[in-house]
Design a protein around this ligand. Structure first.
Ligand SMILES: Cc1cc2nc3c(=O)[nH]c(=O)nc-3n(C[C@H](O)[C@H](O)[C@H](O)COP(=O)(O)OP(=O)(O)OC[C@H]3O[C@@H](n4cnc5c(N)ncnc54)[C@H](O)[C@@H]3O)c2cc1C
Length: 340
């Protein structure tokens, strides 16, 4: 009987399995998809995520990120990371690196979804397999969150993310966030000859139309090959609680605010570690408390920025204000970059 089943072999589920194996737990991962899994993602690992991955022995290839730069039609301001660098890493590269570590740790990955969960006082039965706990890391639209009755209320403002790669050499080691009146596009260096471009916008936005509204960025990208556009959303997802009996929600399955501040993977890794600790102590309530602590700073800053960006008169002042107060901007960027 495994101690733990992990539903979802995305970055957070695979990291949870690695933490579990390190804690001496018997763990099995269930993930329906095979091969290096791709996903719409800005692909910028914040310094805290890089640190946690290295501690797990996962060192994916990518491009160093030295900080964040905000730009609009008339202003540009940058905030360097003060403690350590982040890294731009393609999702497929990250998935392959995590999968190698999982295989090296002798963890089994079964390629089928979790479809049935039956809870008992001292164990949980996952598709007929008896385990002590189930960690659900099944993503933004988590089927398990819904099935367990943990789905929160739908968000009022709906935003979607669109991501494509463009074949050109990164022109800066900063993640650039380009602001237009209706959308943001952020550019992450991911390989010596490749950048990722992620667009965050209202439902129905068209990737190329958003870029056309950002002339500085459009000029940079003009004439270079762009890959297929992948989408995800609505981004805002809520859960009512993070645990139900012996099931613990981690990563996007536990809820998500927005991709604007790019810390999803850093938070997910910290949650995975805390969830495994709670399983080890047979105390899921301990994870609920840890989840709140891990997300508090990020939640506050991301929700604050998101609220400001939703009011046109305030939105148009965000980049000018950051440029006028670079120390404040740097403080916010580094608060977000700090390990969760
Ligand atoms: C446009 C965009 C840009 C972003 N940019 C950044 C960024 O720059 N930096 C950053 O850190 N984060 C970013 N994020 C957030 C980041 O992508 C997520 O936080 C991260 O992927 C969460 O990982 P996860 O493992 O929780 O979920 P996922 O990566 O979604 O993995 C979930 C896995 O669960 C599997 N699954 C689904 N159902 C089942 C089931 N029933 N049983 C078993 N498995 C199942 C799926 O196949 C999938 O592989 C961005 C997100 C978006 C949308």
């Amino acid at each position: 009987m495994p101690d733990l089943v992990v539903a979802g072999g995305g970055p957070v589920g695979l990291a949870a399995a690695l933490y579990a194996a390190r804690a001496g737990l018997e763990v099995v991962v269930r993930e329906p998809r095979t091969g290096p899994v791709d996903k719409a993602c800005g692909e910028g690992l914040m310094p805290g995520a890089v640190r946690d991955l290295l501690a797990l022995g996962v060192d994916p290839e990518g491009q160093d990120i030295r900080g964040i730069r905000y730009l609009d039609a008339g202003h540009a301001v940058e905030a360097p990371f003060t403690a350590s660098t982040g890294r731009g890493v393609r999702r497929t590269t990250l998935h392959a690196a995590l999968s190698r570590a999982v295989a090296a740790a002798g963890i089994e990955v079964e390629h089928r979804p979790v479809t049935s969960v039956v809870q008992h006082a001292d164990h949980v039965v996952v598709d007929g397999v008896v385990a002590r706990h189930l960690i659900a890391a099944d993503g933004l639209h988590s089927p398990l969150r819904r099935r367990l009755g943990l789905e929160g209320r739908a968000a009022h403002r709906r935003r979607f993310g669109l991501r494509a790669h463009v074949g050109l050499a990164p022109w800066t080691p900063y993640v650039e966030v380009h602001w237009s009146p209706g959308a943001e596009a952020y550019v992450t260096p991911v390989a010596p000859d490749l950048v990722g471009v992620a667009v965050l916008a209202a439902p129905g936005a068209d990737f190329d139309e958003v870029l056309a509204g950002l002339p500085v960025l459009a000029e940079r990208l003009r004439g270079h090959d762009r890959g297929r556009v992948r989408g995800a959303g609505p981004l805002r997802q809520r859960s009512r609680r993070r645990t139900a009996g012996r099931v613990l929600l981690v990563g996007d399955a536990a809820g998500y605010v927005d991709a604007l501040t790019g810390e999803g993977i850093a938070l997910g890794l910290a949650q995975a570690r805390a969830a495994v600790e709670a399983c080890r102590h047979d105390d899921p309530a301990r994870y609920e408390r840890a989840w709140r602590r891990i997300g508090r700073r990020h939640d506050l800053l991301t929700r604050g920025l998101l609220a400001a960006s939703g009011v046109p008169a305030v939105r148009s002042r965000i980049v000018p204000a950051a440029a006028a107060l670079p120390a404040v901007f740097g403080g916010v960027v580094n608060a977000l970059a700090r390990p969760a």
